[in-house]
Unconditional design. Structure first.
Length: 333
């Protein structure tokens, strides 16, 4: 192959590579090298990558790839609904009276003495009973569609969303809360590129929003850092949301690198604590979360858009996300 053609091919590959940056050193050398290389390889194969990682203590951006872009994030937008629900519980039931979990001390190992999960007596708003209707019905993720109980308290529906990204619970809560209220809350938090656009639908028609939610990696990472620091609306609201998200059972993406029990990681395990929210759709894998270890904490958001034509394509995306998770683990542990 002539050298001019080689140079042109190299130039084309560089043009489609992710426009990212990473912190060059943290005292031990270059960080996030494996993750950045893995994402670059995916981008060169045609995968759209957006990502951002922020130190939870300093707010310093550690890693970013096209983090300003607003892209489809599947179920991650449900976090905005949980924030609005938590804010209403906090406001109506009074600070400290809403059910939630106080996160353990960052870096404490499983079994060590420290703050334990606390669930105060639930208030009236948290125990308001909501019925499901035929109009709320939807398939895919979640447990409630498989249960016989026709009605559940608001706080239980929020827990189902945090644990299993429950679509039916999402639609029932949205019928109670309203999309306009969720959008107003997002705007009040300074979110401009991160939105919950619609209810969950089995089929999206021409008159429906084309996606359930969209978001930018920078805004999502910043939002999750604020949740960790108790700064979203207020401390009680933040702790309610992180308590629900700590129930999340999907560790198939970035969270798969942390070695945690998918069904039981509400407290620290070997000094690692995690809360996260994932989003899955055809050709989309997305995750935002916070992982805290003995040395540091990272708030992160990663979204991959890819041609989901075969299993190897999907497995390559998931492997790259776990590789990035391994880099996060090395930073915090």
């Amino acid at each position: 192959m002539p050298e001019s053609i080689r140079r042109r091919a190299r130039s084309e590959r560089e043009e489609i590579a992710p426009r990212g940056r990473r912190s060059e050193a943290d005292g031990d050398g270059v960080i996030f090298r494996k993750g950045f290389a893995s994402l670059t390889e995916l981008a060169l194969s045609g995968v759209q990558v957006t990502a951002c990682a922020v130190d939870t203590a300093s707010g310093k951006v550690l890693f970013s790839v096209d983090d300003h872009l607003s892209v489809p994030t599947a179920s991650i937008g449900k976090v905005l609904l949980l924030i609005e629900v938590a804010a209403r519980i906090s406001a109506r039931d009074g600070s400290g009276s809403a059910p939630g979990a106080v996160p353990p001390v960052p870096g404490s190992a499983a079994g060590e003495t420290g703050p334990r999960t606390v669930r105060p007596a639930p208030g009236a708003e948290a125990l308001s009973i909501l019925n499901r209707t035929a109009q709320d019905s939807v398939g895919d993720s979640g447990l409630w569609q498989h249960l016989q109980v026709p009605a559940l308290p608001v706080s239980d529906l929020a827990a189902l969303i945090g644990a299993t990204s429950d679509n039916l619970a999402t639609n029932v809560l949205l019928r109670r809360i309203g999309l306009d209220a969720v959008r107003a809350r997002a705007e009040s938090l300074g979110l401009r590129r991160t939105l919950l656009l619609d209810i969950v639908r089995d089929i999206r028609g021409p008159d429906d929003a084309p996606q359930l939610s969209v978001g930018s990696a920078r805004e999502l990472a910043t939002l999750f850092r604020a949740l960790e620091r108790g700064e979203v609306v207020d401390e009680t609201t933040s702790r309610l949301v992180t308590g629900w998200l700590s129930l999340g059972s999907d560790l198939s993406m970035v969270g798969g690198a942390f070695g945690l029990d998918p069904f039981a990681h509400t407290g620290p395990d070997h000094g690692i604590r995690l809360f996260n929210k994932t989003g899955t759709d055809v050709g989309i894998r997305s995750e935002a979360g916070v992982v805290v270890g003995p040395r540091a904490g990272v708030a992160y958001a990663v979204t991959m858009r890819f041609n989901d034509v075969d299993l190897p394509a999907r497995l390559g995306v998931l492997e790259a996300m776990r590789t990035l998770g391994t880099d996060f683990l090395e930073y915090v542990y």
